[in-house]
Design a protein around this ligand. Structure first.
Ligand code: NAD
Length: 458
């Protein structure tokens, strides 16, 4: 539980660094290597989720800035595509080095603006750095050309070409690494970019513009527009955009797909999940409990790959749920600045309210509550780690992505039933299987229709 003392601690820290954030008010659009403030910006606040206090009163950029940013990226494409792979690899390494040098600062911004634990913020920064380095290595290793088998008298050469100007649209849960997953391969390939970070978590994302200036990335190669859905919409419909890479919810993903149909743009969509965790009867209960808890309570459940549907054999349901209840109740929900906290805040108020709507639905549906089901404290956006069991598969809580620390559980009689229940979902992102026998887990994994499977892990 968050204590009164901890809340005071958070407030003091917030006040102490408030002035530092003022520099961000001038940073709404990074175009052609220079920061611009929005001409007719929309008033906007960035918050500290652990206190609910405003971190920064600012404005969001609009379509006017997005239009200029897209034009800058289109102009820069002609020369950037002709740079050597070695040159591009060196820029990626310099970006990684600059992130490393600022890692303390970036993690602090992420704790403040995302409400993350320090460990989670560190992971966001470290994974982003690793991603920039990975693509620097990859383009050095990949051959520039490939000669393919061809009929006699003919030479067939395959050459990979950059697709052009890319629109990158990012969510708020792990912003730095999600941006890196898009930006690093785009730059490596020789594409130019307009990036739209989530309007909720601008602080850690806007430092990227300063980093690009610091490493002397040619002007216009990366442009950043701190806008909302309107800017995202323009980016995914604009005729100068060749590719849209979007990560976010399924609902917005569908819109982006429709929007990108104009001009038949190439798209990549990384969307939501309602992933199953299948526990087998032979499992070590204590180990399983750790994996299940980490799978749903890490980052307060705000992770696309959260394993939020638990499938338990009837025979071990009671002892496993008892352990899980204890584990959930022992988590210390609090501010990321407090080293004692083991689960952080919900990143924005809209999401905090959305999770509470699911609590109301659970009440209407009379779902048995094992633990949680409520908010914590009077300040900030904290949700108690929550477990419902047993939950019918017809329940909205079983079917829909909640994106919070809410686990729904069902029991199964035999493993074929577990596989059937796991596969009965509109999502197909990830799954976890826990079993004393890796061979057994592998057999189950092969029957699951998801993109990524963990075995005996969180
Ligand atoms: P969201 O879909 O609400 O927003 C994502 C981004 O799209 C934001 O930058 C937003 O401003 C922008 N946007 C909103 N409307 C738009 C429109 N019409 N056109 C273009 N852009 C638009 O998602 P969120 O709330 O920021 O993030 C949470 C969601 O992201 C969850 O569903 C989660 O599962 C998903 N997610 C998926 C992955 C993955 O790799 N699969 C990773 C992280 C998050």
């Amino acid at each position: 539980m968050i204590t009164h003392d901890k809340r005071l601690f958070v407030r003091n820290i917030t006040r102490g660094i408030m002035t530092t954030f003022e520099a961000f008010t001038q940073k709404q659009a990074y175009i052609d290597g220079t920061w611009h403030s929005a001409e007719n910006g929309k008033p906007w606040q960035l918050y500290h989720p652990a206190t609910g206090e405003v971190l920064l009163n600012t404005e969001l950029a609009t379509s006017a800035e997005a239009e200029k940013a897209i034009e800058a990226a289109a102009r820069a494409f002609t020369s950037w595509r002709q740079t050597s792979r070695e040159t591009r690899a060196q820029y990626l390494e310099k970006i990684a080095d600059a992130f490393e040098a600022k890692s303390e600062y970036l993690a602090m911004l992420s704790v403040k603006n995302n409400g993350k634990l320090r460990l989670e913020a560190d992971i966001d920064v470290a994974d982003a750095i690793a991603c920039y380095r990975y693509y620097a290595d990859l383009i050095r290793q990949q051959p520039t050309q490939q000669t393919l088998p061809a009929p006699e008298g003919m030479t067939l050469i395959k050459e990979s070409e950059p697709i052009g100007v890319c629109a990158l649209i990012v969510p708020w849960n792990f912003p730095m690494v999600t941006t890196a997953w898009k930006l690093a391969p785009a730059l490596a390939a020789g594409c130019t970019v307009i990036l739209k970070p989530s309007e909720y978590t601008l602080l850690p994302e806007l430092v990227l513009g300063d980093i690009l200036t610091e490493v002397n990335l040619p002007k216009g190669v990366v442009n950043i527009v701190a806008g909302d859905a309107d800017v995202g919409q323009l980016m995914s419909t604009h005729p100068l955009i060749n590719k849209v890479s979007f990560t976010g919810s399924n609902a917005v993903g569908e819109s982006v797909m429709r929007q990108a149909a104009s001009g038949v743009k190439s798209i990549s969509l990384e969307l939501g999940g309602k992933s199953a965790f299948i526990v087998c009867e032979d499992v070590d209960l204590d180990a399983a409990c750790e994996w299940i808890a980490a799978g749903i309570f890490f980052n307060a459940g705000q992770i696309c790959s959260a394993t939020s549907r638990l499938l338990i054999p009837e025979s071990i349901a009671q002892p496993l749920l008892e352990r899980l209840k204890l584990k959930a109740e022992n988590l210390i929900v609090g501010a990321g600045e407090d080293d004692n906290s083991t689960m952080g805040a919900i990143t924005n108020e809209a999401q905090y309210r959305r999770i509470q709507q699911y609590f109301s639905i659970a009440k209407e549906e009379n779902l048995p509550l094992i633990t949680g089901g409520h908010t914590i404290g009077e300040h900030g956006w904290f949700i108690a780690p929550t477990i419902y069991a047993p939950v019918p598969t017809s329940s909205q809580l079983w079917q829909e992505e909640i994106f919070g620390p809410v686990l729904v559980c069902a029991t199964y009689r035999d493993i074929s039933e577990a596989i059937k229940l796991a596969n009965e979902s509109i999502y197909g992102l990830v799954a976890t299987v826990a079993s004393a026998s890796v061979e057994n887990a592998m057999r189950i994994a092969k029957a699951l229709r998801v993109g990524h499977i963990w075995i005996n892990s969180e």
